[in-house]
Design a protein around this ligand. Structure first.
Ligand code: 5GP
Ligand code: ZN
Length: 114
């Protein structure tokens, strides 16, 4: 999608601090971190929300989660703990409409989320 900021990050048109890069996904530091460690893992393919997923996307979603765990480990937060979150549509707090997995760590997370 030509006007999607995360498609532009995936294609290198917008710079980001990359933490991981492979044929299916990219992980990068969030520009406005909500925790000492805050990364985003995105599929290279434009998917607007999780509501679009089909059975064919199951391997992709598993891959995003495994990369999230790798990124959390590389960021030094794996053992103390971290939070993974996919925000979906308005009530879920989604602002960028390209599926992204938040990886947050380095502080105590609240529950329930606000
Ligand atoms: P959402 O609320 O949609 O789940 O989260 C979108 C996230 O993307 C926010 O945490 C925001 O800071 C981050 N973000 C938005 N635009 C950019 C960008 O251009 N670069 C980076 N690195 N992060 C972005
Ligand atoms: Zn996109």
């Amino acid at each position: 999608m030509s006007d999607c900021p995360f498609c532009k990050i995936a294609s290198g048109q917008i710079p980001a601090r990359l933490l991981h890069d492979d044929d299916q996904c990219v992980a990068f530091a969030d520009i406005n971190p909500q925790a000492p460690f805050h990364a985003l893992v995105i599929p290279r393919r434009h998917l607007t929300t999780l509501n679009e997923l089909t059975a064919a996307d199951e391997p992709l979603v598993g891959h995003l989660l495994r990369v999230a765990a790798e990124v959390a480990r590389a960021g030094g937060v794996a053992e103390k703990g971290w939070r993974a979150s996919f925000n979906t549509n308005r009530d879920g707090g989604q602002v960028v409409f390209h599926v992204h997995l938040h990886v947050l760590g380095g502080r105590q997370m609240g529950w329930p989320p606000g």
